[in-house]
Design a binder for this molecule. Structure first.
Ligand SMILES: Nc1nc2c(ncn2[C@@H]2O[C@H](COP(=O)(O)OP(=O)(O)O)[C@@H](O)[C@H]2O)c(=O)[nH]1
Ligand SMILES: [Mg+2]
Ligand SMILES: [Zn+2]
Length: 363
């Protein structure tokens, strides 16, 4: 347990959250922020200090349907506080602001990596971890979860091409700023100041070895995290921790969530959400004549047939189309291949125009 337990305010508690918590307060429950996730328990901090907590039986039964309803790092939980309890009980969660989710590697459901975040730092290491396809996935996941993103190109000291890579990503026109960083000499760190402000929650994601923990260490100004990560490695065989943890930066007051390297981040909103929510349509789609049927105007569409027969609700169907269009939009917004093609096209045109002017005799 930390020596100086942060206050709720330091952890990001606001009067708006207090307001939202009213119904829980009336039940005698108190707020706590989830700062680490273990197999079946959580580290939480409440006004009384830092504790181990688990969900109540009622919570477990109510959340049985989906993993995503269970607490995640960053969540605000409602505790029934027992000073003698070994584990405090979590009875509910405040509705989440932005989340970072992915498709659970073990199944077809949402896994919340971090909750109530403001910003996602996508960290790429310039020692062979520069991968635009992966970057695009992370950016799409941030967008899908409602969080802003910042791209961090770490280990600039190891790559003479760091400058051109920075420019390459900037040229792709993402909303996210691109910040080059050397975490050995600590160059580029001033640019982070705009994002690491008091009460703001930031999750760091990226491949294992990209430098996420080093960045947190540097910002913490101590080797606290390094100690923690050694313990993580030791306990890997016992499966006691997910490695996702929240840190309070002493200087700026920002809250950083470290994540262990993720092999793949399958975009939750893109892959799972629509089909999961519209299981009935998904089942009907198996009977469509074309495998890639969009269920809008293709012949032999089983979905439209059900609609016409009145066995499929039209509002339900409309909602399906809307949601799917959203995920398609999400995909095209972040599809780098498309962007590069468009950029290439624009380049060719401008080159052709230049050619015309070059060949034209002076007027
Ligand atoms: N040369 C260089 N090495 C770095 C930099 N940042 C991190 N490293 C090293 O990269 C390795 C992995 O870093 P770590 O923070 O554990 O990565 P994580 O898995 O993303 O948390 C460590 O040996 C770090 O010392 C950097 O900017 N330059
Ligand atoms: Mg790490
Ligand atoms: Zn169809």
């Amino acid at each position: 347990m930390p020596q100086n337990t942060p206050t709720l305010k330091q952890l990001g508690w606001t009067s708006d959250l207090e307001q939202a918590f009213k119904a829980f307060s009336l039940e005698g429950l108190i707020p706590a922020r989830v700062i680490a996730e273990h197999r079946s328990a959580y580290d939480v901090i409440c006004a009384n200090g830092a504790y181990l907590a688990e969900v109540s039986g009622t919570f477990r039964r109510a959340a049985k349907k989906s993993k995503a309803e269970f607490p995640a790092v960053g969540d605000w939980a409602a505790l029934s506080f027992d000073p003698r309890g070994l584990r405090q009980k979590i009875h509910g969660l405040l509705p989440r602001k932005a989340v970072l989710s992915r498709l659970d590697p073990g199944g077809k459901e949402e896994q919340v990596i971090a909750a109530n975040i403001d910003t996602v730092f996508v960290v790429l290491g310039l020692d062979g971890d520069y991968n635009l396809k992966r970057l695009e996935r992370y950016l799409a996941a941030a967008r899908a979860g409602g969080a802003a993103a910042v791209v961090i190109l770490n280990k600039t000291d190891l790559d003479p091409g760091a400058g051109s890579k920075t420019e390459e990503i900037r040229g792709l026109g993402f909303e996210a700023p691109v910040l080059p960083l050397d975490s050995m000499k600590l160059t580029g760190y001033e640019a982070l100041n705009a994002y690491i402000t008091a009460g703001r929650t930031i999750v760091l994601v990226g491949s294992s070895g990209a430098g996420k923990s080093t960045i947190i260490n540097n910002l913490m100004g101590s080797n606290l995290q390094r100690i923690a990560s050694v313990r993580e490695d030791d306990s890997r065989g016992r499966h006691t921790t997910t490695g996702r943890k929240l840190f309070l930066l002493p200087a700026s007051g920002a809250l950083l969530i470290d994540t262990p390297g993720m092999r793949g981040l399958e975009l939750w909103a893109e892959t799972g959400a629509v089909d999961e929510t519209f299981e009935d349509i998904h089942a009907l789609a198996a009977e469509c004549r074309f495998g890639n049927c969009s269920h809008s105007n293709e012949p032999g569409c089983a979905v439209r047939a059900a609609l016409e027969a009145g066995t499929l609700d039209s509002a339900h169907y409309d909602n399906y189309l809307k949601l799917r269009a959203e995920t398609t939009f999400l995909k095209s917004k972040t599809d780098i291949a498309e962007r590069l093609k468009r950029k290439d096209h624009a380049k060719k045109i401008s080159k052709a125009i230049k050619e015309i002017f070059r060949k034209r005799p002076e007027i």
